[in-house]
Design a protein around this ligand. Sequence first.
Ligand code: FES
Length: 143
Amino acid sequence: MDGPLRYSDAVLDHYRNPRNVGEIQGSAAVAQAGDPATGDVLKISLRIQNGVVEEARFKAFGCTAAIAAGSMATTLLLGRSVEEAARLTNLDVVRALGGLPDSKIECSVLAEQAIQAALRRHRETLEKERDEETARCRPSASP
Ligand code: FES
């Protein structure tokens, strides 16, 4: 029989006092991971300026580990370049939390997936803006 889950002090701290909770209004770099049908969902929104994550917020419906992972992930994202943020994995989050019980490692994957999806949205938005700019600047065929 499994004993009670043992969480590190950092996990309990981030669960009890989650950092950067909420959503960034008007941000295009927003994404969620998980399955609403199972109740485990983590949403990340980012404000990225000049290629740097200036603000990161999260909302989570899930267990202690998922909430702590979302909170820690947002703190790790702050001040990182987009390239650095893209390299952040769930294991970085787990390490920063002082570890997670084996059965809860999967919950931290939600944070990584949401970050990657939010960064993808950011890239797509930049590409779209670039395409629109290029189309505007293209010389017209007609006089
Ligand atoms: S988010 Fe479902 S068990 Fe952790």
